[in-house]
Every structure is written in structure tokens, then in C-alpha cells.
Design a protein around this ligand. Structure first.
Ligand code: AMP
Ligand code: MG
Length: 403
């Protein structure tokens, strides 16, 4: 199988995933979840007309000839605060003193701030005419019953939480948060609790990949580390199938003597539909599916696996979480530094996107090497350097996306 073009590889993954099901989530657990149904307004909010100020409610008609020279004095018949209703109807010549949020009393149709009046306990004097409806928060001013406030597939943000709680929802239907099983391979890899003899290296992918998956909306579980042998890898794949919705492995997927993950996948009955993506870094990979569950076998090189995951796998992974707008947010970005490395494969360069004077600049990391994971610190974007165009000089613009 030849290497796949990166756009095609992205599409193939997207075709192979769908969300894993739904559940109810309470308001405390809602932030960042993905709506599995439209958020529909079951009532007008607010459901009663009310006051935006501490002030007085009265009939606008009583003020039609009112001015500084010819003020109008009304009798204050009641005093209410938020949460209370006036017992008496406001008739001509009367007013109700009310606090912010208090319901508009029957008969009244205008409100003034108390700073704009002069008042005693029993009277209030107004100095200008008020229009009917003036300073009244109307029924449904926030939103009307029947309004679709957010659509299925939207990530729950602060506004959705505020709106849902103002509607009285206790819980909302969301997509289940998928679980990714993380599998490390390589005789040389050492987990934190283990001793590290000279020549071995620490398992950083386990945590890097978990963090990237958390950012995409996944929970993660560590399946363990397998030595470079097919049976050991296949055993951890079996474990992952039992407890996870997808599996992400690192290492053992290139073309060396000990690159045995694709063999283990085949032994386990996976259909490998992509074997290598024509990109740098992150070329070595295998994506396979079995019984609808995906296994993303990524390179062991820390920057390669991360780049492959964030650039190629991310849209499909977001789709799996239920997000409807799962594609990359592509924007034009101007390079802040020259990028001179030539390549006949597309290159994804990581960096920090800076917004200045209405333009987006990519401040690319100092070293884009396969093994250089520290260059991912403070990165929030990738720039895409098409094949055979380098050098791309500072000030030139490329396509890229935020992650
Ligand atoms: P591989 O893809 O197995 O050929 O590994 C490529 C490079 O990545 C080797 O230098 C490995 O030691 C390194 N590597 C593999 N797995 C990990 C890991 N979990 N954490 C950090 N480095 C790794
Ligand atoms: Mg290896």
C-alpha cells in the first residue's frame, strides 16, 4: 500500500467514524460536552415583564405633558422588591416603587430610575414625558419560546450553560465522551514507575498523546507498554477493544525490523485502510478498523505522532465526539521566520499563532525535528507548507489552522 495524500487520509478517517451514543449530563458536568439534541426554548425568557432599575412604575399617559417646569407628582401606593408582585393595580395618578428585577405591576407601562426623580415615602415627582414601554424589560426579551438556541453537535460553552439553566433544565442530552486506549510499544520504553537503565528512554508519548486526546474531547486510559513482539502488542490491542472506543498506539509502525504493530493489527483482524501518510513529520502510521472501532497506529517519534494526530486524525476524532463542526479552522497565516527545509511531502510546522494589527502570524518553533517535543510548548497552530515550495520566507503567507 502506497502512502496516502494527507487530505485523502483525513477524509478516509472521517468516513470511518460516528459518535458512540448519548447520555444525560447535569449542568455541573456540561461544560465542553457536545449537545446531542437542539437546545430549544420551552418558554419565553424572561416570562414576565420586569424592571431593569431601582425606580418607579407608572402609566406613561400620566406624563404626556410633563416637563422640568411642569413636573408630575404621583402617589406611591406600594413598594416591591425582586421576586414580589404588586398587590394593587397602578391607576392614573399612582406609582409603585420597585427594585431591579421586580415584575411590572398591573396597569403600569413605563419605568423610571429613582435617580431621575425626586421622591418622598408617599410621593414621586417626574420631570419629563415617558413613552409607553420605556425602561420595561419585555416578556421574551432574552429569547422567545420555540427558539432554537443551539443546535445538536455544538460544544457546550458558557453561554449555553447560562441559557440552559435560565430555562430550568437540570440535565441535557449530550454525546458520550469517548474513551481512547493508549498503547505504547518498544523494548526501549520505560514508564515512570520503572527504573531506567542506560540506553532506554522515558515514555513521553503516553502522556503527550493523552493530553492531545483530552483536548479533542476524549477520556483516556493507558493500556500499557508492549515489547516489540506481535503477541504482546496483540494482547494490549485486545485489552483496548474491551475498555476503549478507539486505540492509539505509538511506535513500531515504520518499516524497520521491529515495526510489528501492523502485523499485530492484521493478526487481530483489522482492515488497514491507510499505511503511511505523505507528510512530514508523521509519515509512518497505520489506520485500521475492526467492528467499527478504529486503531490509530502512530510513529514512536514524539513530534511525529503528535503532528499526525493533530493534523490528520483530529477532524475524525472530533466527529467521533459528536461535534458537527469537526473540520480544521483553516486561516491564512504569515510566517514570522524563514522556513528553508525542502521536502517533496507536505510539511506541517508547529508554532504559536499571534494576532497583530488584524493579521495572523505564525511564530514557528525553533526546531521542527521528529524527536523534538519541547518545540510543542506554547504551540496552538500548524502552518502547512505544500510540497516542493520551500524556502518560504518570513512575510510570506501560508494556509494553516488552530488546534
Ligand atoms: P519507532 O516508531 O518505534 O521506530 O520509534 C521511533 C523513535 O521514537 C525511537 O527513537 C523510539 O525510541 C521513540 N519512541 C517510541 N515510543 C516512544 C514513547 N512512547 N515515548 C517516547 N519516545 C518513543
Ligand atoms: Mg520501536
Amino acid at each position: 500500500m502506497g502512502k496516502t495524500d494527507y487530505k485523502e487520509a483525513t477524509e478516509l478517517l472521517i468516513e470511518n467514524v460516528s459518535p458512540i451514543g448519548t447520555c444525560m449530563a447535569g449542568l455541573d458536568d456540561l461544560y465542553g460536552r457536545i449537545l446531542a439534541e437542539d437546545l430549544l426554548a420551552g418558554e419565553d425568557v424572561p416570562y414576565f415583564a420586569k424592571s431593569p432599575y431601582d425606580g418607579y412604575a407608572f402609566r406613561a399617559d400620566d406624563t404626556s405633558d410633563c416637563s422640568k417646569e411642569n413636573p408630575v407628582t404621583l402617589k406611591v401606593i406600594e413598594n416591591i422588591k425582586a421576586g414580589q408582585c404588586a398587590k394593587n393595580e397602578v391607576i392614573s395618578g399612582t406609582a409603585v416603587r420597585l427594585m431591579t428585577g421586580a415584575p411590572l405591576p398591573k396597569g403600569a407601562d413605563a419605568i423610571c430610575k429613582y435617580e431621575d426623580t425626586s421622591f418622598t415615602e408617599s410621593e414621586v415627582t417626574l420631570f419629563r414625558p415617558y413613552a409607553a414601554g420605556e425602561n420595561v424589560i419585555t416578556i421574551g426579551e432574552d429569547f422567545k419560546k420555540g427558539t432554537v438556541l443551539a443546535t445538536k453537535g455544538t460544544r457546550v460553552d458558557i453561554g449555553i450553560i447560562g441559557t440552559a439553566s435560565s430555562l430550568g433544565f437540570n440535565e441535557i442530552k449530550v454525546y458520550k465522551r469517548p474513551i481512547a486506549g493508549i498503547l505504547s510499544t518498544g523494548d526501549e520504553i520505560v514508564d515512570p514507575e520503572e527504573e531506567m537503565p542506560y540506553g532506554k528512554i522515558r515514555n513521553s508519548n503516553r502522556y503527550t498523546i493523552a493530553a492531545a486526546l483530552n483536548q479533542l474531547g476524549f477520556d483516556t486510559v493507558y493500556l500499557g507498554r508492549a515489547d516489540d513482539n506481535v503477541t504482546a502488542i496483540a494482547e494490549l490491542i485486545s485489552k483496548g477493544e474491551e475498555i476503549a472506543d478507539i486505540i492509539v498506539s505509538t511506535g513500531g509502525v515504520s518499516v524497520g525490523d521491529y515495526d510489528l504493530v501492523p502485523d499485530a493489527m492484521e493478526q487481530k483482524g483489522y482492515r488497514i485502510f491507510t499505511r503511511g501518510v505523505n507528510m512530514k513529520p508523521g509519515m509512518a502510521c497505520a489506520y485500521g478498523v475492526r467492528d467499527g472501532k478504529l486503531l490509530f497506529a502512530l510513529s514512536g517519534n514524539p513530534a511525529s505522532s503528535l503532528t499526525n494526530l493533530q493534523c490528520i486524525c483530529a477532524p475524525a476524532l472530533r466527529k467521533l465526539t459528536g461535534l458537527s463542526d469537526y473540520g480544521h479552522k483553516v486561516i491564512q497565516m504569515t510566517l514570522k521566520k524563514d522556513f528553508k527545509k525542502g521536502s517533496n511531502a507536505v510539511r506541517f510546522i508547529r508554532g504559536a499563532l499571534e494576532l497583530k494589527e488584524g493579521k495572523a502570524f505564525l511564530n514557528a518553533s525553533y526546531d521542527q525535528g521528529n524527536i523534538v517535543i519541547s518545540s510543542a510548548i506554547n504551540c496552538n497552530a500548524y502552518g502547512i507548507i505544500p510540497p516542493n515550495v520551500s524556502p518560504v520566507l518570513s512575510g510570506e503567507t501560508v494556509e494553516g489552522f488552530l488546534f
